[in-house]
Write a protein that binds this ligand. Structure first.
Ligand SMILES: [Zn+2]
Ligand SMILES: [Zn+2]
Length: 482
């Protein structure tokens, strides 16, 4: 992956913040209305550039990793219209940024601004000066800034591709909170008009949430029994932009559950993503659908997935699940995971569950790994070579791996609908946050589960990957993926 520098040309920027950070910033900034407040976000980044039809499309998202509030000793002075930090404080921040290849986002308040807040001429002057200095001495350190007024905020990132510092306005700030927080900073962007199609749900769940749903880009990994239903369900709810990832082609045994699958598709051995795209387009022709006919843990799938606003894991593969959980924490994208299992003793069903989890990056809640929902023995089995698998089976380490798991449409349907409800609630906030639901088919119950976070977790723990984005290459995953 190419190292991003201040001279890389980009035109669109977003900022994603881990769970709780937006609130912490607001609280700090508005804690005192006498003096300007100042803080620093150290941020990773997510960058992608593509040429589609000879036109360049660039994507840059800064990813909040840590919010630092200077102490009184770090300030030279602070008053109503200005703040000055000590050279020691600035050096300390810069040192971390250079070492960890992070971006620096300055955050300050304009306590005197009550309408729509803007950067002042003084802000322009000092930030441009600093951006030019950084560009000359530490070109990998990107400088951004956020100004917080009483009722609004503005944000920008400094670009040096033309040799002179130029501020690029941040179009959107996303907080991975419940409900999902999306702040459109672009004053010119008019809110989208609502479709008659959603009239009946808007009557209960509201206009605002509906507009948010239609602005989201959602990645679904796995377009089989649950993924195909999820694709259709999200399109019905109003999602218009999709990234679909699945390397598989359909086969005869998919016909009992895969939505939209015809006999002809089986005959043609169509890709699962193509069927799902057809289903989505049948709901709404204008939907934008990117299809990736590869496994999730590949560079091409990741470059699309990291541009999404939410990812759905509908795969039966533990390795993909582990990979997706890592991507979500690293790129600050909420994750919805679905899992369906039917166990038999050869004659009758012993248990049957449909489980759904919502994970918000940076939150105090357990990720799939520390919740114990990713079976590492299974991950190793999936990665093992065929010879090794046979040996492990013979020696009783793993069970016979080639017996397919049972699967049925009604259990997939209930599970997917619970996932859709959790998604809808995350956006429209119509009830208390629900993070995890488990449907037990044999006893007809739906229960909420609570998992304890492990602070040493290598994904979501204190030394985890939160917000590191492109600064932490995923080549390890790509190399192991088959
Ligand atoms: Zn200012
Ligand atoms: Zn974890």
């Amino acid at each position: 992956m190419k190292q991003l520098t201040t001279t890389t040309n980009w035109e669109n920027v977003e900022i994603n913040l881990p769970s709780g950070m937006y609130f912490a910033i607001q609280e700090h900034m508005l804690s005192c209305l006498e003096n300007e407040q100042f803080g620093v976000i150290l941020a990773g980044y997510s960058y992608a550039q593509k040429i589609i039809n000879k036109k360049r499309h660039d994507f840059l998202r800064l990813l909040g990793r840590e919010y630092i509030i200077p102490t009184e000793n770090d300030l030279d002075y602070a008053h109503y219209t200005g703040v000055s930090l000590t050279r020691e404080f600035n050096n300390r921040i810069l040192k971390i940024a250079v070492k960890e290849k992070l971006c620096i986002i300055h955050v300050h308040s304009h306590p005197f601004s009550s309408g729509s807040v803007e950067f002042s001429a003084i802000d322009d002057h000092f930030e441009a000066e600093e951006a030019a200095w950084l560009g000359k001495n530490f070109p990998i350190v990107i400088l951004g800034s956020i100004v917080v007024g009483k009722n609004s905020l503005a944000a920008r990132v400094w670009n040096l591709s033309t040799g002179v510092p130029k501020p690029v306005n941040v179009s959107r700030i996303v907080g991975c909170d419940f409900p999902l927080r999306i702040i459109n900073c672009n004053k010119t962007s008019s809110s989208e008009s609502l479709d008659g199609m959603h009239d009946r749900q808007v009557r209960a769940f509201g206009k605002e949430g509906q507009q948010l749903i239609s602005s989201l880009k959602i990645g679904i990994v796995g377009l089989g029994g649950t993924g195909s239903l999820m694709a259709e369900g999200l399109a019905r709810l109003g999602v218009k932009r999709f990234v679909l990832v699945d390397a598989d082609r359909v086969e005869e045994t998919n016909r009992n559950r895969l939505l939209g699958l015809t006999q002809n598709d089986v005959h043609n051995r169509s890709f699962k993503v193509s069927i799902a795209r057809r289903v989505i387009r049948q709901v709404k022709t204008e939907c934008e659908v990117r299809m990736i006919r590869k496994n999730a843990a590949t560079e091409s799938a990741t470059s699309e997935l990291k541009t999404c606003d939410l990812l759905v894991s509908a795969t039966d593969n533990y390795y993909s699940r582990l990979f997706l959980q890592t991507v979500c924490e690293q790129y600050l994208i909420p994750l919805i995971n679905m899992g369906v299992i039917i166990n038999t003793d050869g004659e009758k069903i012993i248990d049957a569950f449909g489980d759904v989890q919502l994970f918000l990056p940076g939150s105090e809640d357990a990720c799939l790994l520390c919740a114990g929902l990713i079976n590492m023995t299974e991950v190793n089995r999936e990665l093992a070579s065929d010879n090794l698998k046979q040996m492990m089976t013979e020696q009783g380490y793993i069970q016979n791996v080639d017996i397919p798991d049972p699967s049925v449409r009604h259990l997939n349907g209930i599970t997917t609908n619970l996932a859709l409800e959790i998604f809808h609630n995350l956006i429209c906030n119509f009830k208390e946050p629900v993070l995890s639901l488990s449907y037990n088919m044999l006893v007809n119950s739906i229960e909420q589960c609570i998992y304890r976070k492990d602070n040493h977790c290598r994904i979501c723990g204190e030394n985890g990957v939160t917000g590191l984005g492109d600064t932490l290459p995923l080549t390890y995953y790509f190399n192991n993926s088959k």
